[in-house]
Design a protein around this ligand. Structure first.
Ligand code: BG6
Length: 433
């Protein structure tokens, strides 16, 4: 990274929470160790209870520790924001990023207090985690309220799937290879499946999960954005990222549910004990079909599937090419994780005396060729520091995505989920439910 970045204070609301420990702090450790990143960073971890830096930083975080301070503060107390303001004045950085790692109900009180204390001018930016509302109306309300204090250009809504290397590669790969660029439409493609399988369950997030579920947590954000990346029109210049956000939005606006009644809602056995709610109807697995009204994509089923406590962690986009005359269908797999790469299944003559076809993969993984892939959160932080918003979800994208799901949401919470046994593949769950 050639350019020197502006000096930046990163203020973390909820520094001791799961999100901050799992994703943000490890990413900051990497950034602070990197020689490539030339930026003066000051990190201020806020929490409700008294906390020392060593309570949240691992022993490996020496480079981060030297720029890290903590501050105890009650987010609902207007007076405590004066303490924060004084700290930020002392740090004297060119810009300030407020990162929200707090439960959804804590967001607005913080935003209002920042506004009331004039910490919302041009040098301030919000880095926000989903969920952005629980349906279209609540998301709209949240966005409107935030916009009373901050401009849209100051609000960076994280969808860390957009920042994964493999997701960033989708537009570049499809736009740069003649083999795919010209056949990327319903004339040649039969169907698209986007599958995100997770091995973990809800772990220590049961309380949050009871308010959320897979549809709102995962489908509305990550899977919709992956769909948008696959369906969007290629940019004339693949590295002109300035158009990516508006093209994703255009793709989302063409999508609708194919058959709301056919959506699968399921829950893993054992979830109700973890959630301490024997009658919970909250899902840990969803599979649903979308269709696009874009003339390029008409008639193509796009299936989004995600679930927890499945056999392995694996996210991929499967694009099935149409069978034409003698040619068999080909499968292109865009591998998002854990293997990051591309696999194309091709038909070849099976060696031997018989006349038989055999399917073989042509594949590569990034891990084969690159020593280290930056984690999504590193990219998120770097882009927020350098004011690039194309890897973040705009308010219009968030609303477009809720709009797609709206017909399902009215009856979703009352629907009884099917139960599935942990340890299966997503395909098995779909088959067995
Ligand atoms: C989060 C979801 O956004 O993404 C979690 O809230 C999920 O439910 C996580 O486990 C998965 O992220 P990753 O990067 O580990 O695939």
């Amino acid at each position: 990274m050639a350019d020197k970045l502006p000096s930046t204070a990163i203020v973390i609301f909820g520094v001791s929470g799961d999100l901050s420990r799992r994703y943000l702090l490890p990413a900051l450790v990497e950034i602070c160790q990197s020689r490539e990143v030339k930026a003066q960073l000051n990190i201020l971890g806020l929490s409700r209870r008294e906390l020392r830096a060593s309570d949240v930083l691992s022993t490996k975080a020496a480079d981060l520790a030297s720029r890290f301070e903590t501050l105890q503060m009650d987010y609902t107390q207007a007076d405590d924001y004066k303490k924060l303001k004084t700290k930020l004045k002392e740090a004297a950085c060119e810009q300030v990023i407020f990162y929200f790692a707090v439960p959804p109900q804590a967001v607005l009180p913080i935003v209002r207090n920042l506004g009331a204390n004039k910490m919302n001018g041009g040098k301030f930016r919000l880095l926000m985690e989903k969920p952005f509302g629980t349906d279209y109306d609540s998301a709209k309300q949240l966005i409107d309220e935030i916009n009373q204090h901050f401009k849209e250009s100051q609000v960076y809504r994280i969808d860390h799937y957009l920042a994964k290397e493999a997701a960033q590669n989708i537009a570049v790969f499809l736009g740069s290879n003649a083999l795919f660029r010209d056949v990327w439409n319903s004339q040649f493609i039969e169907k698209i499946d986007i599958v995100a399988e997770e091995e973990i369950g809800v772990a220590n997030r049961a309380e949050f999960w009871e308010q959320t579920g897979s549809l709102r947590d995962f489908v509305q954000s990550h899977l919709m954005q992956l769909a948008a990346l696959v369906l969007m029109k290629p940019c004339p210049d693949v590295f002109d990222f300035s158009q990516v956000q508006s093209r994703r939005l255009a793709a989302l606006r063409q999508l609708e549910l194919a058959d709301a009644g056919a959506a699968i809602k399921a829950q893993y056995e054992g979830y109700r004990q973890e959630a301490a709610n024997p009658i919970s109807k909250v899902e840990t697995f969803v599979s649903l079909k979308l269709k696009s009204n874009d003339p390029d994509w008409q008639g193509i089923p796009i299936t989004l599937t995600t679930g927890k406590r499945l056999k392995t962690k694996q996210t991929e986009i499967r694009v099935y090419f149409k069978k034409t005359q003698a040619a068999q269908t080909n499968l292109l797999r865009l591998l998002i994780q854990p293997k990051v790469g591309v696999e194309l299944e091709l038909w070849v003559k099976k060696p031997g005396y018989e006349q038989e076809l055999q399917k073989l993969p042509l594949d590569f993984s990034y891990q084969q060729y690159f020593d280290r892939l930056p984690e999504a959160y590193e990219q998120v932080i770097i882009d927020a520091i350098r004011s690039r918003n194309n890897l973040f979800a705009s308010s219009e994208e968030v609303l477009a995505s809720w709009k797609i799901l709206q017909p399902l949401l009215s009856s979703w919470d009352a629907r009884e989920p099917m139960l599935y046994k942990p340890g299966q593949t997503a395909q098995q769950v779909i088959h067995n439910t």
